[in-house]
Ligand binder design. Structure first.
Ligand code: ZN
Length: 255
């Protein structure tokens, strides 16, 4: 029996659990008798793998919470014992590295997702805090025989928001609608803001929810200052849908 093959057993015996010490007591005695205790430091630098039972300790220490310590104290004794053992098999560190990379890419993906949500999924009311003066769909003297939008009773000069992400496809004078803005939304609907006193966007401009489209007014066919807000499924008049239901569908609190 030489000192070489027995070296891992010596190291494991010095640092391992009681059961392992008992199991290896005989070989340890033989190694000490033949090679002497002066052979232990040399054995510690050997490349031989650790005995199987200790590999389980290495894995538990490396992957468990104890490997990272805690706010209330240092890593456990089991981790310290694992740290004193020979290096784990070569396939272990890459696994840890992969986990680290996976965690980093996950964080990156989550960050990008959050940034995307802020940039592209912001929705809001066109104006807030003002009563509805004419609801959607009520019958009347409109060309469609009904009111195709929702009217908000806002004083002239009130900031009017684009309600969501989209592209301005019309900005200017539009007959009965007066100064108006039409936005093609990212979801293929169109939102119309009418009777404005000022227009603050240009055709072709990409907007987000909350971008100021203009200021409210009393232009066009209007009997008093208000915002006519309309939502269509196409550019054509008469393809309107309930504006408040549309906004609610995008998570906007319309109450
Ligand atoms: Zn109206």
């Amino acid at each position: 029996m030489s000192a070489g093959p027995a070296a891992p057993a010596v190291l494991a015996t010095l640092t391992g659990p009681r059961t392992l010490r008992r199991a290896l007591a005989g070989s340890l005695l033989g190694a000490l008798v033949i090679a002497g205790p002066w052979s232990v430091p040399a054995a510690a630098t050997g490349a031989a793998p650790a005995p199987a039972p200790e590999q389980a300790v290495v894995q538990a220490g490396a992957y468990g919470p104890a490997a990272f310590g805690t706010a209330s104290g240092p890593p456990s004794r089991a981790t310290q014992r694992a740290a004193a053992l020979p290096a784990p098999p070569q396939d272990q560190p890459p696994v840890l590295a992969d986990l680290a990379v996976l965690g980093e890419s996950w964080l990156t993906a989550v960050s990008a997702s959050l940034a995307g949500a802020v940039n592209t999924e912001l929705w809001t009311m066109p104006v807030t805090g003002f009563p509805i003066s004419a609801g959607y769909g009520i019958p009347g003297g409109w060309a469609a025989g009904r009111h195709t939008g929702t009217d908000f009773a806002v004083p002239t000069g009130t900031p009017v928001n684009a309600v969501g992400p989209g592209t301005v496809v019309f900005a200017g004078d539009w007959g009965d609608y007066g100064k108006a803005v039409l936005i093609e939304m990212a979801d293929q609907h169109y939102t119309l803001y009418a009777h404005l006193s000022e227009i603050h966007v240009q055709e072709g401009q990409r907007v987000n929810g909350g971008v100021r489209a203009g200021l409210s007014g009393n232009t066009g066919r209007s009997t008093g200052p208000h915002l006519h807000f309309e939502v269509r499924t196409s550019r054509a008049y008469g393809s309107d849908v309930d504006p408040l239901a549309y906004l609610a569908g995008h998570g906007v609190a319309t109450g």
